[in-house]
Ligand binder design. Sequence first.
Ligand code: TPP
Length: 618
Amino acid sequence: MYIEKIESSSDLKKMDLTSKKKLASEIREYILDVVSKNGGHLASNLGVVELTIALESVFDVSRDKIVWDVGHQCYTHKIINGRYEEFKTLRKFKGLSGFPKTSESLTDAFNTGHSSTSISAAMGFAKARDIRHKKNHVVAVIGDGALTGGMAMEALNHVGSSNTNMIVVLNDNEMSISKNIGGINKLLTRLRSKKNYTRSNQLGRNVVLRIPVVGGLFVKLVSKLKTSVKNVIIPGMYFEEIGFRYLGPVDGHDINTLEKLFSRAKELDGPILIHVLTKKGKGYSIAEDNPDKFHGVSAFDLETGKSLSQKKKDYSKVFGDKLVNMAKENKKIVAITAAMKDGTGLGEFAAKYPERFFDVGIAEGHALTFAAGLAKEGLIPFVSIYSSFYQRAYDQIIHDICLQELPVVMCVDRAGIVGNDGETHQGLYDMAFFRLIPNLTIMAPKDFSELEEMMEFAVNLEKPVVIRYPRGGESGVKFTSKPLKYGKSEVVRKGNDLSIIAIGNKVSRAMEVAELLDNDGISSEVINCRFLKPLDTRTIGDSLKKTGKCIVIEDGTVIGGLSSAITELILEKRLDVDFSSYAYPDKFIKHGSVEELEKQNKVDAKSIFRDVKNKFKF
Ligand SMILES: Cc1ncc(C[n+]2csc(CCOP(=O)(O)OP(=O)(O)O)c2C)c(N)n1
């Protein structure tokens, strides 16, 4: 087995093509084995096995920089760079991260997780190299999906005009998570279909470039003559026109050809874009046939491809179903996603109302300003984006939506701790960063039916509004709810000794803690905030005055969210209250299961109960 012996990718340099092909199939089997047990990003990783081997055969990751965009396709890189054994702990608590981490290995050039950052970071590496008179190569590997992101376009614009030596490897598998969309995708489709022309053209060009000085002049002359012809044959040659030398497209599973092309690219000056065609899910037919379903998976049966966990109803599904129903009656409702149609539960909406559904690609900032325009013209946009990806659209929310008080409904999916994807994906900051924006109403439902009620409420509010809800389903605690009123919280349990203020799915946690305290004779009042903003200072203030003791439970960072709001209230009303907060500390929370991370951060019911008993005198 080659895979067991390889210590770092420098070992690839000693291997011949046959051994590398053998290594590729061993890596595939290993990825399938581990991901089928641990879950993870399967299809993208199966698609880049040969690409990674070829790249790391030609470039030297101990000095050259390879930046993987999004980073969800870094498994082969990790396996061949000192983490073969550790790979079994992929995405597990205290195990290997599913994304590149500079803290794990010096060969991980840059941390990623969010899309479309690689070209910018690579440009930084390249410029720093030039300023320091170093000689290393810099490569950004970006997918066709990630290329739709605004940052990638901004970076191409910068790099293309810079004459900087760096290489962009475009890993084109025609897929984002779902089928890739948009004008860039159309451009790539045209390039893909011009395979033969481009390949022979490019090879000829590279041979000529080997002839010093005259070669360069010759290429310039021929290029000039060819431009008009080329523009007819390959309309728009976008990359060349913005300043890149375009190589490809090339079969991304052919190690030999890839190596040749990368070696040539190493010799060329200026920005180079290498267009590589890969198959998402390559080598595992079930994933090849369903690349979207196998983009990110939980543990599954290798034989059948069936998930081992039972699919339960989750918040995204409730959101999607409710929106379909609401849109039936209300023709003003439109839905927007940024490349996460299925993840956000909008699949059915897209099928039923294609003219009112917009997948804008990985373009969160654009999604929000686009929504602002729709809202200004009287429509009611529901924009569903994961909490951590809303970070990309902050200025648009302030400047384009809230400043003009436009009625955009911002649905924040995967809010709170998400688990195995780790630091880059935890939705812990949205309450903090939304709360300081004027004109914004922020709600979080305690259960499915409250989510539905909040969606109805949001449509009629005619103001910018956020509804945040978590990954996964309900806790199982059953509530009887009172009707929703603007800015009003809901007392879900009456008590006299302690006020427990909670929001969203943490209202269930509050009820669990209240039960545990109740067994010890401590009577808790549980308040479901419903609104983080405006906060129901009257109901909460009255409870605090009554009990003199208060805890806050929230699925977010301790700074800036509900805990901060309640401490501000205590100070403002000059209340004499003992206070403790159960939220996530001011640090980045790594990967692990939600349960493990809750225990680690002492926000599970038992830890909160024990801490309350220690801290407060009843
Ligand atoms: C800012 C941001 N928005 C959304 C995502 C979710 N996301 C992860 S991978 C992905 C698709 C990436 O497609 P592509 O770059 O083509 O890579 P592939 O998986 O097809 O190899 C998306 C939308 C993200 N990581 N970052």
